[in-house]
Design a protein around this ligand. Structure first.
Ligand code: AMP
Length: 285
């Protein structure tokens, strides 16, 4: 362990730390991240610190959740800056394992979550949710926290995690943290650094277009028409492509065609090298 905020890199060190904290009666909270931390991540630390006495933040760029043509090699990494940011929070320990610690030689087990993983992000990024479910299962079993938090920014990911935690009876409470946005409304993301200045301006339209969809659905426009209008508006605003804009049931993420109960619009649009994700709730008035 280094001076200041301790960092551990092995399951054994993590377990030792957790065992001592638990023996002291502490409730353990875990915040899984891939680093390149921003205020969205830090909000999760603050939120879980309200429900746990000892907050552990994991930093691990998980190779198995990246597709072959995705940005694994280019993904922003700056552990020193991350640890400096976490030092100003209630974080008690950083767990930053190596790829070999997480996937030792001979590793052969994956966690596949049926149903909810197949649509939306699952359809556009084959294998992505297997990578996510596998690494989150490993992190939960390595740390055995009482509570773990995930951002609503990745709304489908949160739903997939809730599903396997329930299915596998993993003894942990899962909570979601609200989406943290930049002043112009763009959801904070580690990948926003890939945007050029011009693309960044276009990106700011994303949440405005989704807000408009929410208002029109509430005002009685058909869901199909509202989705189409949002897709057109995104392309007109300068996005290169729209992977999906879909109004869904917020629990199982099945598309809904009529607005009878609270729903969620989830969307992905591409600009430059980036796929931007966003989502919003559509509450019944
Ligand atoms: P990542 O490092 O991108 O894997 O994200 C780690 C955690 O932070 C995930 O649970 C994300 O959903 C969450 N997160 C990322 N961006 C935001 C944001 N803008 N607001 C809230 N949570 C976020």
């Amino acid at each position: 362990m280094s001076e200041g905020l301790p960092i551990v890199r092995t399951v054994g060190q993590l377990r030792d730390f957790v065992m001592h904290q638990r023996a002291a009666g502490k409730r353990i909270g875990l915040v899984p991240t891939m680093g390149a931390l921003h205020h969205g991540h830090l909000s999760l630390v603050d939120a879980v610190a309200e429900k746990a006495d000892c907050v552990i933040v994991s930093i691990f760029v998980n190779p198995t959740q990246f597709g072959e043509n995705e940005d694994l090699a280019a993904y922003p990494r700056d552990e020193q800056a991350d640890v400096a940011k976490l030092s100003a929070t209630n974080t008690a320990l950083v767990y930053a394992p190596t790829v070999n610690e997480m996937y030792p030689d001979g590793d052969a087990t994956v966690v596949h979550v049926g149903g909810i993983s197949s649509r939306h992000e699952g359809a556009h990024r084959p294998g992505h949710f297997e990578g996510v479910a596998t690494v989150v299962t490993k992190l939960l079993l390595q740390c055995l926290p009482d509570i773990a938090i995930f951002g609503e920014k990745d709304f489908q990911q949160l739903a997939v995690i809730r599903q396997f935690v329930r299915d596998l009876s993993v003894p942990v409470e899962i909570i979601g943290g609200p989406i943290i946005r930049e002043p112009d409304g763009l959801a904070a993301s580690s990948r926003n650094v890939y945007l050029t200045e011009k693309e960044r301006k276009v990106a700011a339209q994303f949440n405005l277009i989704l807000k408009k969809l929410v208002e029109t659905v509430k005002a009685g426009t058909s869901i199909h028409q509202a989705e189409q209008s949002a897709k057109n508006a995104l392309l007109q605003a300068g996005f290169l492509a729209v992977d999906y804009v879909s109004v869904v049931n917020p629990v199982d993420l099945e598309p809904v065609t009529t607005f009878e109960q609270s729903a969620r619009v989830i969307a992905v649009a591409r600009i430059g090298k980036v796929r931007l994700l966003d989502n919003m709730s559509i509450e019944v008035p």
